[in-house]
Design a protein around this ligand. Structure first.
Ligand code: ATP
Ligand code: MG
Length: 273
């Protein structure tokens, strides 16, 4: 027998045509967020403030933020985390990975639909990931899809309908190009996501991912890197690595249990910094 409770449960189980794409977001934050540096918390805190601004200020129904920085520094994961933490009823990720094989017009249609869907929700966050790849920008001859670019520029500038509020979080590894192609005035705010550039942050990550059994081993790695000429701090540092690459090096080193420390220092020194 089906009772009213079952019926209501079934309704809830129906996947909404629009809303929060939990899986999609979760997937890009797969490895979590490691708080290896104060700047990580600063970026998340700024994100929180933008979320609050959209939630509470009637004057700013549209706020757009750009997260930019070198490849692999964690822009997508940070953008997705900020979006997820908002708990807004509509959260969507627009990513080039989900549009592989799309024609130009299919891309424009897909992007436009996400924005149109967002306008049905009182509060929305859209993460527009990797703008340069969305517009198929290629360094050779500086070519790109003008149709996708124009669609983005229009949508980024369009106020949501009355009573609706939208936060746009865009990411890019090619900040200078955005200016060249007309994005310079588009964002209300920009946050730079820096690479890991000191050994203290590196050591923090190593501890967090539990690569070594003992802290001695971990310190050994740090010492070797210091001896290899890696400076320990700030501006004088030669050491720069994105968290994404570091995590993948760590997982590679982990495959060889005998010589984890040697493998990791080898790989890091091999970066030629
Ligand atoms: P790309 O330039 O290739 O687009 P990206 O800058 O977007 O790279 P991500 O794809 O976000 O980088 O990769 C960062 C990875 O590191 C994710 O798997 C994420 O879970 C993990 N991570 C761990 N700590 C952090 C952190 N503090 N900030 C961001 N990402 C982190
Ligand atoms: Mg990314």
């Amino acid at each position: 027998r089906v009772n009213r409770g079952d019926f209501m449960n079934a309704l809830e189980e129906v996947h909404p045509a629009f809303g929060v794409s939990e899986e999609e977001l979760q997937q890009v934050i797969q490895n979590g967020i490691i708080h290896f540096d104060g700047v990580v918390d600063e970026i998340l805190r700024s994100g929180e403030l933008f979320v609050e601004q959209v939630r509470t200020s009637t004057r700013t129904p549209l706020v757009s933020v750009l997260l930019h920085g070198p490849p692999g520094v964690g822009k997508t994961a940070l953008g997705a985390s900020i979006a997820q933490a908002s708990e807004f009823p509509f959260i969507k990720l627009i990513s080039p990975d989900s549009m592989v094989g799309y024609s130009e017009s299919q891309k424009v249609a897909a992007i436009t639909k996400v924005f149109a869907d967002s306008y049905k929700s009182p509060l929305s966050v859209i993460v527009v990931d990797n703008i340069e790849r969305l517009i198929d920008w290629t360094p050779m001859g500086a070519r790109f899809s003008n149709a996708v670019l124009q669609a983005l520029l229009v949508l980024f500038g369009r106020r949501p309908p009355k009573g609706r509020r939208l936060l746009i979080i865009a990411t890019s590894s090619q900040r200078p190009i955005l200016t060249d192609i007309g994005f310079s005035e588009t964002f209300d705010s920009e946050l730079r996501v820096p690479p890991i550039s000191n050994l203290r942050a590196l050591e923090f990550v190593l501890r967090e991912v539990e690569l070594f059994q003992s802290s001695d081993e971990r310190r050994q790695v740090i010492k070797q890197l210091q001896e290899a000429g890696f400076e320990g701090d700030g501006l004088s540092s030669k050491f720069q690595i994105g968290i994404k690459k570091l995590l993948s090096m760590i997982e590679m080193a982990r495959q060889e249990p005998d010589d984890v420390a040697q493998r990791l220092t080898g790989a890091l020194v091999g970066l030629g910094m």
